[in-house]
Design a protein around this ligand. Structure first.
Ligand SMILES: [Fe+2]
Ligand SMILES: [Fe+2]
Length: 261
C-alpha cells in the first residue's frame, strides 16, 4: 500500500490513494476487514511526482512578499509542496524499514500521519484553486527528498531529521503564516493552516516516541543520539525562535534542540 502511494505521480491522485489505503489499514486494525500483514517492500529511491511544479534549487525559487496576493499564493504553494512531500515521507518510513521489527503502533502512527498530510495537501490545494492558482503553477524547492535519501539505511536518523527537525520546524513557523492570512482576511487559508498546526504536533510526537523507543532498545542516551544523528544527516543549524510550548507538547525538550543552533 505504501509503495502504491509512492509510485503515484499526480498530487490529487496520490493524496486520494493515501487516504483510501489509510482507511483500509484502520478498518483492518479495528477488525472490520481481514488483517493486513506488515511485510517488506522495495520503495522507489525517489517517489513519483507530477510533471509540474518544476523543481528548482532553493536559491533559484523566486521570493515574493507575503503582503501581496501573489505572495500569499506563493506561500500556500510552498506549503502544498511540503504537504505532498510529507505524504511520501510517511509512507516511505512504513515501506523502507519493514525489515526492522517494530510494534504495530509504529505503523498505525505513520499511516495516520500520512492520512493527515493527504488531507492537508487537499485543503491547501483547494485554497490555491479558490485563489485562481493550483499546485504546479509555480516552481517548488528541489531537494526536499534529500533527508529521506540520506537516512534510507538509518531509522533513528530518519526519525531525528524528518519528524523531530523538519516537522518540528513547521510548529515554529505556522503561527506566523496564520497571522499573515488573518491580516489578509483569507478565511479559507486560515482554517486550513489551523488544521495543519493542530495535527502536526502529533507527527512530531510520533517521531520522538519511536526515537526514544529505539534508543531504549540499544540502551543509548536519546539526547546524545539525537545530537549526533542531526549533526550527521541535517545540513545546517537549527534556527530559533522555537515554539517551545508546542515542541514540549510533542515530547521534544529544549536540551534536544538548543545545542544544535
Ligand atoms: Fe501536514
Ligand atoms: Fe506532518
Amino acid at each position: 500500500m505504501a509503495v502504491e502511494v509512492l509510485s503515484t505521480a499526480d498530487g490529487r491522485a496520490k493524496a486520494a490513494l493515501s487516504r483510501a489505503n489509510a482507511a483500509a489499514w484502520f478498518a483492518a486494525r479495528r477488525g472490520e476487514a481481514p488483517e493486513i500483514p506488515v511485510g517488506t517492500a522495495s520503495p522507489p529511491d525517489f517517489p513519483a511526482r507530477p510533471e509540474r511544479p518544476d523543481l528548482l534549487n532553493p536559491r533559484d525559487v523566486p521570493r515574493r512578499r507575503p503582503g501581496s496576493p501573489a505572495g500569499r499564493i506563493a506561500l500556500l504553494h510552498a506549503v502544498a509542496h511540503i504537504e505532498l512531500n510529507a505524504v511520501d515521507l510517511h509512507w516511505d518510513i512504513v515501506a523502507r524499514f519493514g525489515h526492522v521489527p517494530m510494534p504495530m503502533g509504529f505503523y498505525d502512527d505513520w499511516v495516520k500521519a500520512a492520512d493527515e498530510e493527504s488531507k492537508h495537501f487537499g485543503l491547501v490545494s483547494d485554497c490555491l484553486e479558490a485563489m485562481g492558482s493550483h499546485y504546479g503553477a509555480l516552481p517548488a524547492h528541489a531537494g526536499m527528498w534529500r533527508a529521506a535519501a540520506d537516512t534510507a539505511d538509518d531509522l533513528p536518523g530518519r526519525l531525528a531529521v524528518v519528524p523531530m527537525v523538519l516537522e518540528a520546524r513547521g510548529l515554529d513557523v505556522t503561527p506566523g503564516m496564520i497571522a499573515i492570512f488573518e491580516k489578509a482576511g483569507a478565511e479559507q487559508a486560515v482554517a486550513a493552516l489551523k488544521v495543519i498546526y493542530a495535527e502536526e504536533v502529533a507527527h512530531v510526537a510520533y517521531g520522538s516516541k519511536w526515537f526514544n523507543f529505539l534508543c531504549g532498545r540499544t540502551d543509548t542516551d536519546p539526547k546524545d543520539a539525537f545530537h549526533s544523528l542531526v549533526r550527521r544527516y541535517f545540513h545546517g543549524v537549527l534556527k530559533p525562535p522555537f515554539n517551545e510550548e508546542k515542541r514540549a507538547d510533542a515530547g521534544l525538550p529544549p536540551d534536544f534542540y538548543w545545542p544544535l543552533t
